[in-house]
Ligand binder design. Structure first.
Ligand code: F6R
Length: 252
């Protein structure tokens, strides 16, 4: 897996946004849509800010189709904790995306409707031609999306139970509200079907898990380790996050 280390999180974010824009432009010049899979969370916020800035400087997203990566469940769409709301407020509503091109999870569905919704989500991704570029963060337990330790390599979009580490880490942003016990997520198989994958990580709290995910064995105990087998996945890290990586230690 290709690993690129940046001096600062700002540089990482600007570089990532530029890569996304170049793909959007390349697809536009051949009259095609560009299909993006989008992660929520703290790490990609500055990427979205860069994309919005580029939009204000004239970059169009009219040929872009988006698929959110995951959502807590249950979760009303307008809750301050909703990833769908997060994506709309940080990116989707701030650029010229066609609302028909935006795909998000409905965390307010009744339980019996979730499986069918997930089926349709998978079909919508296939119908859009598959994901051109998938943005990912990584949890301290190695999760990608909400594919927690133990998730199968071939898993598809589905309802999952959240791991205690994930729920504990979410507590800061949930404050007094209870963190849901479940989530809907694209599966590892769905993520690995993307043609290009960018795993972003910054900060000391990601150092230990990145050493396992990028240098360790490929195992369902660390779901992000499955990315090692993807033909076109890169990890973009800041220096702190990369500190314990055996392969890059010497260049730090
Ligand atoms: C978010 C998601 C999660 C986060 C991960 C890291 O859509 O799927 O896997 O990417 O938990 O979160 P942050 O970026 O907040 O450290």
């Amino acid at each position: 897996m290709d690993i690129r280390i940046f001096s600062t999180a700002n540089e990482l974010s600007a570089f990532t946004a530029q890569e996304i824009i170049e793909l959007v432009r390349a697809r536009k010049s051949s009259n095609r849509t560009c299909v993006l899979g989008l992660a929520a969370g703290a790490t990609p916020v500055a990427v979205y800010q860069n994309l919005v800035r580029l939009h204000r400087q004239g970059q169009s997203f009219a040929n872009v189709v988006t698929f959110n990566l995951d959502e807590f469940y249950p979760m009303p769409p307008n809750s301050p904790h909703s990833f769908s709301r997060f994506m709309r407020e940080n990116f989707l509503n701030l650029v010229d995306l066609d609302p028909a091109n935006i795909h998000e999870f409905d965390g307010s569905l009744r339980n019996h409707g979730v499986a069918e919704f997930c089926e349709r989500y998978g079909r919508a991704i296939a119908g859009a031609g598959g994901i051109d570029l998938q943005l990912l963060g990584i949890g301290r337990n190695g999760h990608i999306g909400f594919n927690e330790p133990g998730a199968a390599r071939t898993s598809r979009t589905r309802l999952v139970n959240l791991d205690t580490v994930t729920r504990r880490d979410a507590r800061d942003s949930f404050g007094a509200d209870e963190v849901p016990h479940q989530a809907i997520t694209m599966g590892i198989g769905s993520i690995l079907s993307a043609r290009r994958i960018l795993l972003l990580a910054v900060g000391r709290h990601k150092t230990a898990i990145l050493a396992k995910a990028l240098d360790g064995a490929v195992t369902d105990k660390v779901p992000a380790s499955f990315l090692q087998k993807h033909p076109c996945a890169s990890a973009y890290l800041d220096r702190t996050a990369a500190e314990r990586l055996a392969r890059v230690n010497q260049s730090l």
